[in-house]
Design a protein around this ligand. Structure first.
Ligand code: MN
Length: 146
């Protein structure tokens, strides 16, 4: 049962994703007034972004489905509606859907004037199946200690 909060956006840039994902820019902050962008991302089952990092950090607010978040060299974390993921600046990570579930999060990118995300290799099928098969920690809203 989908509980989509915002309309599904445009197909995400294929250079940055594996599988189908959609981005709705909720607050592009075109004027730079708040130095912060807000957007909604929908991942179809199996879809995920490539390894990447954000110079200004990122916050994910999970609104629907089941997904995963993983920092390089760390166990993945399984995410459900209500989970909050603060991502420190310049930490390499990926986020995306479970193999058998779609996944939706709001993304907040503060400090956008520090520059665009840096994009690296794709999360290959072996990394993805390992991450989604042995996720160790189930987050609940607010329990993440940064
Ligand atoms: Mn990210």
């Amino acid at each position: 049962m989908s509980d989509q909060l915002f309309p599904k956006g445009e197909p995400a840039a294929p250079d940055w994703f594996t599988g189908a994902a959609f981005v709705n820019m909720l607050f592009p902050d075109s004027s730079g007034l708040l130095d912060c962008q807000v957007y909604d991302v929908v991942f179809e089952p199996g879809a995920r972004n490539k390894w990447h990092s954000h110079p200004g950090g990122q916050i994910l607010l999970v609104t629907d489905g089941v997904g995963y978040y993983q920092e390089k060299g760390q166990p993945s974390k399984r995410l459900i509606k209500g989970d909050i993921v603060p991502i420190p600046p310049n930490v390499t990570h990926w986020h995306g859907a479970a193999p058998d579930n779609s996944f939706t999060h709001i993304g907040i990118s503060p400090n956008t004037s520090k520059g665009a995300a840096a994009w690296f290799d794709e999360v290959n099928d072996e990394q993805y199946s390992q991450a989604t098969g042995e996720a160790a920690i189930i987050l609940t809203a607010g329990n993440w200690q940064l």
